[in-house]
Design a protein around this ligand. Structure first.
Ligand code: NAP
Length: 244
């Protein structure tokens, strides 16, 4: 049987790394992407190969840059005919008043969190459409649903992912390709290192579940979403401990 393939963007740490490990454990050929932390990405590859003895290929690049994404998919096509699963996970946060934000900062947040999803889907789709199957899972945020003060650009980008997901799901349902998004609450990763310990404790107290989620919990939901009945598409699935 043909080995299944997955591309995980932003796989050097946090949620992306755990998603890569989860699918590697099931025997997938994992394509690992990150932009700057290539040494860490190499370590994830070594970990996967030693633990699961499955194929793993690095496709470094900046997903906010369409020519980098083009090159990443060129590399994927040299190794495999295409992807069975695409997890658009790479993302960055920005905290601050909207009035203090520069044009460059705004563009960087929108390009990295939202345009990257367009670039990767556009490249992944020809193969998925030709084989009439595929799963796209976009890692989004509860702030895309309800908005966060001092995170307007990030909230707008994640809201954009929600609209993108719902619309693309309709476009691709006739081709038997499912497109869903996970609206994550607070997940215990380096992304929250901009908060001090005191703020982290206060934030955890606001969450009905009383804690941050682990990246492994999100990875498990990605796995289950990729294996859900094909009739489930266009959904924004919350994983937020009851926060919103
Ligand atoms: P993280 O630990 O900071 O990891 C982010 C990953 O994205 C890294 O591998 C990073 O690698 C990569 N990345 C960033 N910019 C990139 C670019 N331009 N091109 C390619 N890769 C890039 O963050 P995380 O918490 O795991 O977040 C993963 C996703 O979950 C993001 O979309 C985030 O918005 C979402 N999310 C997180 C939380 C949370 O509380 N942690 C909550 C809601 C949603 P490089 O540094 O090498 O580029």
């Amino acid at each position: 049987m043909k080995m299944k393939t997955i591309l995980v963007t932003g796989a050097s740490r946090g949620i992306g790394k755990e998603v890569a490990l989860r699918f590697a454990a099931e025997g997938y050929h994992v394509f690992l992407n990150a932009n700057r932390s290539i040494d860490t990405l190499e370590e994830v590859k070594k970990l996967i190969q030693s633990k699961y003895n499955t194929n793993c290929t690095l496709v470094p690049g900046d997903v906010s840059n369409p020519s980098d994404v083009h090159q990443m998919f060129h590399k994927i096509s040299e190794v495999s005919r295409g992807l069975d699963v695409l997890v658009n996970n790479a993302g960055i946060a920005y905290m601050g008043l909207l009035t203090d934000m520069t044009d460059e900062e705004w563009d960087r947040i929108i390009q990295t969190n939202l345009s990257s999803v367009f670039y990767c889907c556009r490249s992944a789709l020809p193969y998925m459409v030709s084989q009439k199957s595929g799963r796209i899972i976009n890692i989004s945020s509860m702030w895309g649903t309800v908005g966060a003060s001092c995170e307007v650009a990030y909230s707008a980008a994640k809201s954009g992912i929600h609209g993108f997901t719902r619309a693309l799901a309709k476009e691709l349902a006739p081709s038997n390709i499912q497109v869903n998004a996970l609206a994550c609450g607070v997940i215990d990763t380096a992304m929250n290192d901009l908060l001090c310990e005191e703020d982290k404790i206060a934030l955890a107290e606001e969450i009905p579940a009383g804690r941050f989620a682990t990246p492994e919990e999100v990875a498990e939901l990605v796995w289950q979403t990729a294996n859900a009945p094909t009739y489930m598409t266009g959904q924004i699935i919350g994983i937020d401990g009851g926060f919103i």
